[in-house]
Design a protein around this ligand. Structure first.
Ligand code: CAA
Length: 392
């Protein structure tokens, strides 16, 4: 069942379908029972929760949005948002390892892949036998994605990769990496190519493992290519379409991060709501104070708004409508909302919010990255501006 705290969290005009409600209850049960209890330990030990991934696979969630013919569940994007939100409410690390796999690796293979590539790579990813990652950013290029310097040179029927990629979610644990590399620096974004690289390829190694502020169980690391051969059969889309593959991938990925931010904020709110009902000050529980009530109501209002923006972008994606702007709006608002409000949740806990005995400090640390990865808030504003102002 959805918890009592959660049941009051959605006075939305949006109506869930029966299927979406079933998914919400199922994932909420799984996440609260299995992932929430170990979230603090995963964070403390910077440990990739392999057992959580195995449970997601056993629950047939790894290919949620892909057709059954590829081993997926054939569900819609709103179901995907619901799953990511429920995971993030319990354990943000688990939500990001899942969303990087689905949105950033499996999805572009589904959209741009040949039938052969889908059978070879997507099917095992949907079954949860293989984990995916996305490699776009580099030490010297983050927001300016088109200036990637990692090179891919065609020799016979192979591309030879040289260079490094930074900030790779699932970096160490992944089996497949969607790598964006440069074939011709004079062409800038039109010189970029998208390649599926398998772990264990010659000359493929790991660099620095990052010591992060939050989502500490997700292994974020640098990956390095030294004369790494990749079969030309692993090119995703046309060789000149790497930038397009990356941008289309990020459109979908940003809905995942918006969902994650909604989940982090809702998780922090749920804990704060419970705490406020129990904590006594001046002879009454602190939820009787208007100052606390106003904080809780303001936070919940903003969470509801962020969730609606997120579902709106998901719904457009499901209907096959261009959703670049709406995904950027959802990510921008939801991530800044989560950061702003997890700070307030820490405030509700007072001193107890600042120590690891309670989970709100973790939610606050986990929230920050949602304003940065898959495009910073500033990049989202650029994307929104270019789409809103187009033709004006
Ligand atoms: N869909 C399809 N095509 C798109 C597109 C989209 N959403 N956005 C842009 N394009 C196309 C344009 O139409 C244009 O096409 P032409 O070849 O016909 O000209 C081309 O791409 C270039 O577009 P821009 O001129 O807008 O490109 P730009 O160089 O100015 O960059 C940008 C725009 C929005 C800033 C982009 O670089 C960007 O999104 N940067 C952020 C990258 C990012 O999010 N990185 C995060 C990496 S993932 C991560 O965080 C790690 C992890 O593991 C989670």
């Amino acid at each position: 069942m959805v918890s009592a705290a959660t049941a009051i969290d959605s006075p939305l005009t949006f109506e869930y379908s029966e299927e979406q409600l079933l998914i919400k209850e199922m994932i909420s049960d799984l996440a609260q029972k299995e992932f929430a209890p170990r979230a603090a330990e995963v964070d403390r030990n910077h440990r990739f929760p392999r057992e959580n991934w195995n449970l997601l696979a056993a629950s047939d969630l790894c290919g949620l949005v892909f057709p059954e013919q590829y081993g997926g569940a054939g569900l819609d994007s709103i179901c995907y948002s619901i799953v990511v939100e429920e995971l993030a409410k319990a354990c943000a690390t688990t939500s990001v390892l899942y969303s990087a796999h689905v949105s950033l690796c499996a999805k572009p293979i589904y959209i741009f892949g040949t039938e052969e590539q889908k059978q070879k790579f997507l099917v095992p990813m949907c079954k949860g036998e293989k984990l995916g990652a996305f490699a776009l950013s580099e030490p010297g290029s983050g927001s300016d994605a088109a200036s990637a310097r990692c090179t891919a040179v065609l020799k016979g029927d192979q591309y030879i990769l040289n260079g490094s990629k930074n900030w790779i979610t699932n970096g160490i644990e992944a089996d497949y990496y969607l790598v964006i590399a440069q074939t011709d620096t004079t062409q800038k974004h039109r010189g970029l190519i998208a390649l599926i690289v398998e772990k264990g390829a010659p000359g493929f190694s790991f660099g620095k493992l990052e010591d992060k502020l939050g989502i500490k169980g997700s292994s974020t690391c640098q990956i390095i290519f030294e004369d790494t051969p990749v079969p030309a059969a692993n090119v995703l889309g046309l060789p000149s379409e790497g930038f397009k593959v990356a941008m289309v991938t990020l459109d979908g990925g940003r809905i995942g991060i918006a969902s994650q931010a909604v989940g982090i904020a809702q998780g922090a709110w749920d804990h704060s709501f419970k705490y406020a009902k129990e904590r006594v000050a001046f002879n009454k529980t602190i939820n009787k104070f208007q100052a606390i009530q106003f904080m809780l109501t303001d936070i919940q209002t903003e969470i509801d708004a962020a969730r609606l923006l997120t579902y709106h972008a998901s719904g457009l994606q499901d209907r096959g409508v261009k959703f670049t702007r709406e995904a950027a709006e959802a990510k921008l608002y939801a991530s800044e909302m989560a950061m702003r409000n997890t700070v307030k949740c820490v405030q509700i806990f007072g001193g107890y919010g600042y120590v690891t005995d309670y989970p709100v400090e973790r939610y606050m640390r986990d929230a920050k990255i949602t304003e940065i990865y898959e495009g910073t808030s500033e990049v989202q504003r650029i994307v929104i501006a270019s789409n809103v102002l187009k033709g004006k």
